[in-house]
Design a protein around this ligand. Structure first.
Ligand SMILES: Cc1cc2nc3c(=O)[nH]c(=O)nc-3n(C[C@H](O)[C@H](O)[C@H](O)COP(=O)(O)OP(=O)(O)OC[C@H]3O[C@@H](n4cnc5c(N)ncnc54)[C@H](O)[C@@H]3O)c2cc1C
Length: 388
């Protein structure tokens, strides 16, 4: 077994790990190394993400994380030399029922108070104008924000990895963390199949596998994987390219246009016996297609490209929000987990805030105390107005 050392070890080379690595390197935080068990980048959730970006949330903390990310997205191409393909075509949340419309109105208030003022209420006629193929008569109204839209997860990952590498970060592929050594309240070294690496700080950025990595350090990380399908149609011109992310809020079904195809997603995927199972369920793809046809009747005549449909894993926390920082009394094992399906869009912010925590002793740009990993079980869950 080889012996090497690092100041800061990041376990997981997805978008969250890459963003943390870049921000630490930009702060001159010391020798930063990323351990990734896969042979190539984007092997986890990041490679499965559909690339939605929004600041329309029902909690101030998620709105603020999005705004911090948005500021980085706007300068990303200049800083990293890679276009993140941020297209602000908007998110359109549509309501079928009065209680859901009220939830959306409550969320607007949260957003406005948190500094995101783009969102506004829309009528059924506005829905017809914004997303013309939708059967708008089913909806009583909704909300829309123009600066929401799309980003390219792989482009973001590439940009962050390239900048981090140029700044001295070492990415180690085929490097699965198999054990974490600790002494009293501190972790002291990380072990892979071939190396033992003493280090000062370890950051868990293992996405849906965060609990498994936490267990290696004796830390309980309440993150569970949740399979999510993405159904994709064959090429078609049914929906124009500038169609906003269109969300049937009563049931969570949503669709977006990517190139000349339409992506169909729902949060109610059937759960497999093995939570890490990412096989595609053809029956569920059929259900997604049926749901799409109910919202956009013209999609009934546009078949799915079954061979191109995919699945990935969300990394869900009990309240649907990030776990950020140390927990279980372990002072130098830091969590950046549990974004619950928002990790790509929040990764730029998470990276910056984690670098502040490591370098300055606390996140300075945003008060992250509400996202302390030990908030559960002591009544500290983040509670919003119902729009996760
Ligand atoms: C279908 C789908 C659609 C999504 N759409 C969006 C979206 O529109 N917008 C958005 O913001 N988010 C979206 N998400 C969520 C987003 O993909 C995740 O929040 C984000 O990718 C999490 O990033 P991560 O770096 O934490 O995790 P990952 O990308 O999963 O990275 C974790 C890495 O850790 C590695 N790893 C695990 N265990 C070990 C170990 N023991 N040793 C070394 N390495 C290890 C894994 O191989 C993996 O590469 C979507 C997710 C899915 C599944």
């Amino acid at each position: 077994m080889r012996h090497s050392s690092a100041d800061i070890l990041i376990i997981g080379g997805g978008i969250v790990g890459a963003s943390i690595a870049w921000h630490l390197a930009a702060r001159g935080a010391g020798r930063v190394r990323v351990l990734e068990r896969a042979a190539l980048p984007a092997a986890g959730s990041t490679g499965a993400a559909t690339g939605g970006f929004r600041a329309q949330y029902g909690t101030a903390i998620n709105v603020q994380l999005s705004l911090l990310s948005l500021a980085q997205l706007e300068s990303f191409a200049n800083v990293h030399g890679v276009d993140p393909e941020y297209h602000p075509v908007g998110y359109l949340f549509m309501a079928r029922t009065a209680p859901v419309l009220q939830t959306l109105r409550d969320a607007l208030q949260v957003q406005h108070q948190a500094g995101y003022t783009d969102g506004h209420e829309v009528s059924t006629d506005d829905i017809r104008r914004l997303s013309p193929s939708v059967d708008a008569a089913q909806f009583i109204g909704g909300v829309f924000a123009r600066r929401d839209g799309y980003i390219n997860p792989r482009a973001l990952l590439n940009g962050l990895m390239q900048s981090a590498t140029r700044a001295g970060v070492r990415f180690s592929w085929n490097s699965q963390c198999t054990a974490i050594e600790r002494r009293a309240d501190r972790v002291t070294a990380v072990v892979t199949g071939t190396e033992r690496i003493p280090c000062d700080v370890v950051i868990n950025a293992a996405g849906p596998w965060a609990a498994t990595v936490g267990a290696l350090a004796g830390v309980v990380v309440p993150v569970v994987p949740r399979r999510r399908h993405v159904a994709i149609t064959v090429p078609s011109s049914v929906l124009p390219a500038h169609t906003p992310m269109t969300v049937d809020t009563d049931n969570g079904f949503h669709l977006r246009v990517r190139g000349d195809r339409v992506l169909l997603i729902s949060p109610h995927d059937p759960l497999p016996l093995d939570p890490y199972d990412t096989s595609v369920d053809p029956a569920w793809l059929g259900e997604l297609h049926a749901q799409a046809g109910r919202v956009v009747p013209a999609l009934r005549d546009v078949p799915l490209d079954i061979a191109s449909c995919w699945t990935g894993l969300y990394e869900n926390s009990p309240d649907g929000h990030l776990l950020f920082g140390a927990c279980d009394g372990t002072t130098n094992f830091l969590l950046a987990n549990g974004s619950s399906g928002h990790g790509v869009m929040h990764a730029p912010a998470i990276g910056m805030l984690m670098a502040e925590l490591v370098c300055d002793g606390q996140a300075r740009t945003l008060d992250m105390s509400s996202l302390a990993p030990d908030r559960f079980g002591r009544g500290g869950e983040v509670v919003g107005v119902g729009l996760l």
